[in-house]
Write a protein that binds this ligand. Structure first.
Ligand code: ADP
Ligand code: ZN
Length: 438
């Protein structure tokens, strides 16, 4: 049930000492190798020697997504090029994508953390495990893949798409575990119904799910339909990828691999640290990373931290489910979308006005997105054939550019509300219910 009992059940004082030693080494390392951090620390009048224990972490500067973009592509990389063995890139939305380089040791540490997660989800070397996260620049596919190999289970690199073939393999190979976004799990369940495959024909025991927020209702629905137990896995590329935290059987928060990723919760407005139990913005410091370590990286994810020994025996701090993000990014069925991307698509077509409204909702546990958009006068018609062709054109372009299937609603010129100040362009009707944070 434990992959690394010593670390996962380490007494608090001992953990803080370990974190302190690692932080001291990290600060010296980034000060010497990353001009960006050296400057930030110099500006604060801070020397590496000022950091002596984990308590000193609050003296250090924060890092934001914008810092990563401004230093594109390799500005924050600490290790020399000859030690980097892999590079991932996160979506790249409004501007430059975020580039993250990993050394061999970084990949090993990542696999170790994913192994803890898989073991907590009762997977071991006897299991056959399919990875239905996308393989590619996204960290999900390869992140899980290396973890599965590390525990000695047989990995089936199914990736996304190919859903029917994947289900056939699940049945024929008697696959016992899988990793996917909760939305994709639901899609798998729907496809099972379509193909007439019953859960009794499958041997699935556990699913490790994350990359997007999900509800308890969604968990129940999928567990019932697929006859397995679902475990949360959380992570982000800027820190490492999936495996930063994971659920145990108690499912009262996700245990953070805090020997590698030190968590803090801050008030996103005052930037002051908040105590355990209070919701705020989650911040991580990568204590052992070599390729692209980050000091106090602001995730923009809102949650709280839970301390104390868990009923499972683990002492590692837990984080509650993510309530939402503090910025404007939308996560639709596991895909990150910025309203500005939708705007770019709309504006690339001559038929549409830059007047639009994005309505996001969750229907039967699946995210839906409607893009209401005004048509330019010269193209506007009440003829349904014209309307349909406009709809198709925009929906097709949206899908090809941002991989989102949106319902397009054609609006008459001038019908979308105008604002004097800032426009409201997104209505998000989803409510991420959370059982831990009120
Ligand atoms: P990108 O999609 O930008 O390439 P990531 O895949 O690294 O980047 O996305 C990380 C983000 O996904 C997190 O900051 C968080 O908002 C969301 N996320 C990941 N795992 C979970 C989870 N288990 N629950 C809720 N949100 C999650
Ligand atoms: Zn636990």
């Amino acid at each position: 049930m434990f992959w690394n009992r010593e670390i996962e059940c380490m007494p608090r004082e001992q953990m803080r000492q370990l974190q302190g030693q690692r932080l001291v080494a990290l600060v010296k390392y980034v000060y010497d190798h990353v001009p960006f951090y050296r400057k930030k620390m110099d500006d604060l009048g801070l020397q590496p020697g000022d950091i002596r224990s984990i308590d000193d972490i609050t003296k250090l500067p924060f890092t934001t997504k914008q810092d990563l973009r401004d230093n594109y592509p390799f500005g924050l990389q600490a290790a020399p090029a000859d030690r980097i063995v892999r590079i991932h890139a996160s979506s790249g939305t409004t501007g430059n994508p975020t580039i993250v380089g990993y050394t061999r040791k970084d990949i090993e540490v990542w696999a170790e953390c994913v192994s803890r997660c898989l073991t907590a989800a009762h997977m071991d070397k006897n299991d056959r495990f399919s990875v239905s996260y996308g393989y590619g620049l996204f960290t999900g596919g390869l992140g899980l893949h290396y973890g599965v190999e590390n525990i000695g289970a047989a990995v089936i690199p199914a990736s996304t798409g190919n859903t029917e073939k994947h289900l056939k393999l699940m049945r024929d190979l008697q696959i016992t575990g899988t990793a996917a976004t909760p939305s994709y799990m639901l899609y798998l369940a729907e496809t099972m119904d379509k193909l007439g495959i019953s859960k009794d024909e499958l041997a699935l025991k556990s699913a490790v799910c994350g990359a997007e927020p999900w509800t308890e209702e969604m968990r129940q629905e999928i567990q019932n339909r697929m006859g397995l137990k679902m475990y949360n896995i959380y992570g982000l590329s800027e820190v490492v990828g999936p495996g930063v935290s994971y659920e145990c059987d108690c499912q009262h928060g996700s245990h953070i691999c805090e020997d590698h990723y030190y968590p803090e919760i801050i008030n996103p407005y005052t930037l002051q640290p908040l105590p355990y139990g209070e919701s705020g913005e989650l911040v991580f410091t990568t204590l052992t990373k070599e390729g692209m370590p980050v000091l106090r990286y602001r995730t923009r994810d809102i949650c709280s931290l839970i301390d104390g020994t868990c009923e499972c025996g683990r002492t590692n701090i837990r984080m509650s489910n993510i309530l939402g993000r503090s910025d404007d990014m939308l996560i639709i069925r596991g895909i990150n979308v910025f309203p500005s991307q939708i705007e770019s698509v709309i504006l690339s077509l001559e038929e549409f006005e830059p007047r639009y409204m994005i309505v996001v909702d969750r229907v039967n546990n699946l995210d839906t997105i409607q893009v209401q958009v005004e048509v330019r006068k010269e193209f506007y018609s009440t003829d349904t054939v014209v309307e349909l062709s406009l709809k198709k054109k925009l929906a097709g372009k949206l899908q090809s550019v941002i991989a989102i299937k949106a319902d397009v609603k054609i609006m008459a010129p001038g019908s979308i509300e105008r604002y004097q100040g800032k426009s409201v362009r997104v209505i998000d009707n989803r409510q991420i219910k959370n059982k831990f944070v009120k």
